[in-house]
Design a protein around this ligand. Structure first.
Ligand code: FAD
Length: 382
């Protein structure tokens, strides 16, 4: 049964993540956002205190925590900075194709790299002409003697400039759409792999986002994940398992927007009273609390289903879409609570609003989530 009690172990991890956000992330978040640079020392410190790769199984050197535990940690990190949370959680996204389809040798080798030392893996699905429509991807995989040749260009790849290896997807034949898609895992230093342009983004600016380019990259059978042609199913299962994490990050963003709004509304005075006494402000804060409680329940249920092995695509999609939309609403309202000051970099709420916008775009836009939810409902037998 879905049980909301939080264990002592979960409380300890949440407290550690909350402390880390307060001491290591919040003090530098504004500065790295402004510069658009990865705070590598923060990520290294997160690795050292055990806040990265928490869900990797113990057999590969990980902590073996559940998706729900990882989500609760993600909420705390995103409270500090959603860009930092995205880059930390991206290792989980990049590891999922290995966990889903890797053989034992591949898992030992690649997942061991993430747990043995401070390292990033990036997830290479999207391309310049294929984001929402994953089956339209054009990166090619051609047979060559006893191996393969990989050619193509990936776009929007989180942590790509710092990753020591990549998981990703290519097609054997674009005309076959999803049937030809094949998953791969490759090291960054393979000849023909290079990093392209870096995006200058609206929000989550401290998270690195780049193109990754493959030119005549020679792969062996050890670089293929699962069977050729199984890649689309692997990509979709990856999203089912990673989307609760996005919802959890939204919970952190919403809670931060609410806390900042409460604090500011108590001290800012208009018409002789703190703005907290105006009902219009109270209602915005009340709605942030309503959103936070809803989003927390949604991500917990979605994560719990993943941990129980229940594959329900629509639960993850509902959690992701609802949470992203509420994060956008609450952060926009937080800027409103702060008035003109909210629109400046003097306070953190404008950054929350910019950071929240990405939640409606990556890992499937809010429109794509609605398509997934509707398809699920409409395909039910009468
Ligand atoms: C900062 C950032 C980090 C990212 N990190 C990664 C990463 O690490 N790895 C990775 O693989 N990808 C990553 N992405 C890519 C992200 O997943 C895609 O941007 C996203 O899936 C949308 O694809 P697109 O940008 O090509 O938009 P498009 O697919 O071109 O969509 C444009 C608009 O059309 C809408 N739309 C599209 N199709 C339909 C339809 N059938 N019905 C209704 N509306 C539709 C969309 O919702 C959107 O509003 C990242 C993106 C960003 C911005």
């Amino acid at each position: 049964m879905f049980d909301l009690r939080v264990s002592e172990e979960q409380t300890a991890f949440v407290e550690a993540a909350r402390k880390f956000a307060a001491e290591r992330i919040i003090p530098v978040a504004g500065e790295y956002d402004e510069r658009g640079e990865m705070p590598l020392d923060v990520f290294r410190a997160a690795f050292d205190v055990g806040l990265m790769n928490v869900e990797l199984p113990e057999a590969y050197g990980g902590l073996g925590l559940h998706t729900l535990d990882g989500c609760m940690i993600a909420e705390e990190l995103a409270y500090g900075c959603a860009g930092v949370a995205t880059s930390i959680m991206c290792n989980h996204l990049g590891a999922l194709p290995l966990l889903i389809a890797g053989d034992e040798t591949q898992k030992q080798h690649w997942l061991g790299k993430l747990t043995g030392e401070f390292a990033f893996v990036s997830y290479c699905c999207s391309e310049p002409e294929a984001g929402s429509d994953v089956a339209a991807l054009r990166t090619r995989l051609r047979r060559d003697a006893d191996g393969w040749i990989l050619d193509g260009q990936k776009r929007w790849i989180t942590n790509g400039g710092y990753a020591s290896f990549f998981t990703g997807f290519a097609t054997l034949d674009p005309s076959t759409r999803h049937k030809g898609i094949t998953a791969f895992v490759i090291p960054r230093d393979l000849p023909g792999v290079s990093i392209g342009r870096k995006e200058n983004k609206l929000g989550q600016r401290c998270s690195n986002t780049v193109d990754v380019i493959f030119e005549d990259v020679r792969l062996g059978p050890e670089h293929i994940l699962g069977e050729p042609g199984q890649g689309f199913a692997i990509a979709m299962e990856t999203f089912d398992k990673s989307r609760p994490m996005i919802a959890a990050q939204c919970a952190g963003i919403i809670r931060r927007a609410m806390d900042e709004s409460i604090e500011y509304s108590r001290v800012r005075k208009t018409f002789g009273v703190p703005i907290a006494q105006h009902q219009a402000i109270q209602f915005m804060i009340a709605e942030m609390a309503m959103a936070y409680e809803s989003v927390r329940l949604l991500y917990m249920k979605a994560a719990w289903e993943v941990d129980q092995g229940i594959r329900r695509t629509s639960t993850s999609a509902i959690a992701k879409a609802m949470s992203a939309d509420l994060a956008m609403k609450c952060t926009t309202d937080a800027v409103q609570v702060f008035g003109g000051y909210g629109y400046t970099k003097e306070y953190p709420v404008e950054k929350l609003m910019r950071d929240a916008k990405l939640m409606q775009i990556y890992e499937g836009t809010s429109q794509i989530q609605r398509m997934v939810i509707a398809k699920n409902l409409l395909s039910r037998s009468a």
